[in-house]
Design a protein around this ligand. Structure first.
Ligand SMILES: Nc1ncnc2c1ncn2[C@@H]1O[C@H](COP(=O)(O)OP(=O)(O)O)[C@@H](O)[C@H]1O
Ligand SMILES: [Mg+2]
Length: 479
């Protein structure tokens, strides 16, 4: 390549960096809210054919790669432009590649179709004149869009733009392929394909940037459903039985999900692994190290937004050694339960529920977004997911309490209904303890670990919510 051409490219990327920098750090999904606009650098630009010169920019910020669909003329976010969303979905469905300045976007349709009664692959009309694209409410880390319209013969689709492009095997893609081809479990929206960014150098360092699933119409998250129901008179209100029923359903479906995840001893990435004392020790050590890191982190020490919480955070920090010791005590747990692949970021917002409350579908197998990919893919105890859901009932009750004042009551009956149904569904499995003390220790450790993770997350992202995990940790640590 000539020096002129290289200069041209560098100029294009620098211009775009300048246009994106003012707004990008304010985006909901921008990681590390403390980063300044100077840290935003566009490193690649991939113009998507057929979209009227819209493009996908790959942006580097403090070592993180971000995916920014963009109108290069204005520098504004173009994620919700129908033509662009449809073109990215088409790539995922049909394969193909789009070449950029320093890499390409490659479409990867799921290879194996499920054998039995799978719905036909949806067809997306392209160009996308008659498609409707609308944003789907969600968490802060990604942007999900529904693509529907006259052209979508097989039903609507959900395109999820993974705003952070992490080199390596993305769990959402890995689980999507697994459920599509390796199990009979049909308890999650069907996965159609994904798009990955492949830089020219370093070669092979691919990163998923978008996934494509069936849209499940008429569903809400279990969180939304339960918030509505709880608001109607609390846990003892009109919806008491429906809520307990839903909690039981969740328990049953969660056990089915784990059964599917543990069902392939022949696939090394999924085969259950017998627990060992050394493995439990290592786990306890990892959880304790994570807790120590959180309690000594700058976000924790600063706790700036919340003067009133500072004394409570200090008191909790003083208990940090006890919390770490509690986590290390996992080493003493028994080893009757195998380690398996788990959902990894399991809570009420990660489960779809239809209007009848009978169809319950876990989604979003991305794992905890702030943890490295390798850690998210690590086999561990199913208690990680179970504890995640138990913590979520606590969040639910706290949230409804804040919305409506008069407390909706104690989450314990919901948690108990969930756990009893889960235990029943998990009975005679290799992955759930047969020993009651082992179960208690595993659940206690993962509940504590989750609350520590939540505290770190809320301190960094949602200061208004710090109170919830803080209260839980105070209870768990006896502050
Ligand atoms: N396949 C789907 N069908 C219907 N709604 C969905 C689907 N996937 C996601 N959603 C909705 O979008 C929200 C966010 O999706 P999720 O995959 O959890 O993204 P995030 O990574 O942003 O949490 C969900 O809580 C749900 O309300
Ligand atoms: Mg989610």
């Amino acid at each position: 390549m000539s020096a002129d051409a290289r200069d041209d490219r560098a100029g294009v990327l620098a211009d775009l960096s300048a246009r994106i920098a003012p707004w990008l750090p304010k985006a909901r999904w921008f990681p590390g809210k403390d980063r300044a606009a100077e840290s935003v650098r566009v490193i690649d630009l991939l113009e998507i054919p057929g979209t009227g010169a819209l493009a996908v920019a790959i942006v580097e910020s403090a070592g993180t790669l971000l995916v920014v669909p963009v109108d290069p003329l204005t520098g504004l976010d173009a994620a919700a432009e129908p033509a662009l969303a449809a073109a990215i979905a088409m790539l995922a469905l049909g394969g193909g590649a789009v070449t950029g300045l320093h890499g390409s976007l490659v479409g990867r349709p799921v290879e194996a179709r499920p054998s039995d009664n799978a719905p036909p692959l949806p067809r997306v009309a392209f160009p996308a004149a008659d498609l409707r694209v609308r944003p789907l409410g969600g968490d802060a880390s990604n942007t999900s869009l529904v693509i529907e319209g006259a052209g979508a013969a097989g039903g609507a689709l959900v395109l999820k733009l993974l705003r952070q492009a992490r080199p390596g095997i993305h769990p959402e893609v890995e689980f999507g392929r697994f459920f599509a081809a390796a199990t009979d479990w049909r308890g999650t929206p069907e996965f159609y394909g994904w798009v990955e960014y492949v830089p020219v150098a370093p070669e092979g360092d691919r990163a998923a940037v978008a996934t494509l699933h069936t849209f499940e119409p008429g569903c809400k998250s279990a969180w939304e459903v339960l918030v509505e129901w709880l608001a109607d008179g609390g846990l003892d209100g009109a919806k008491r039985e429906s809520m307990l029923d839903l909690a039981r359903h969740l328990g049953t479906v969660t056990a089915q999900m784990h059964r599917a995840l543990a069902s392939r001893c022949d696939l090394p990435d999924f085969a259950p692994e017998p627990a060992t004392a050394a493995g439990r020790r290592a786990l306890g050590h990892r959880l304790a190290t994570h807790a120590r890191n959180v309690f000594t982190s700058s976000a924790f020490a600063a706790s700036p937004q919340s003067q009133t919480l500072s004394p409570r955070l200090s008191r909790l920090a003083a208990k940090a050694p006890g919390i770490s010791a509690e986590l290390e005590a996992l080493a003493a747990a028994g080893t009757t339960a195998a380690d398996i692949r788990v959902h990894g970021d399991y809570h009420l917002g990660q489960v779809l529920v239809d209007e009848s409350g009978q169809r319950v579908l876990p989604i979003d197998f991305e794992g905890e977004p702030t943890r490295p990919l390798a850690e998210r893919r690590r086999k561990t105890s199913a208690a990680k997911d179970v504890a995640g859901m138990l913590r979520s009932f606590d969040y639910l009750v706290a949230h409804v309490d804040r919305l409506h004042g008069a407390g909706p009551g104690d989450p314990a009956p919901l948690a108990e209904a969930f756990l009893v149904a889960y235990r029943h569904g998990a009975s005679r499995s290799a992955w759930w303890p047969t020993d009651a003390d082992e179960e208690r220790r595993l659940l206690a450790a993962f509940t504590l670990d989750k609350a520590v993770y939540e505290l770190a997350y809320e301190l960094a992202n949602r200061p208004d919510w710090v109170e919830v995990p803080l209260g839980a940790l105070e209870r768990l640590a006896g502050v």
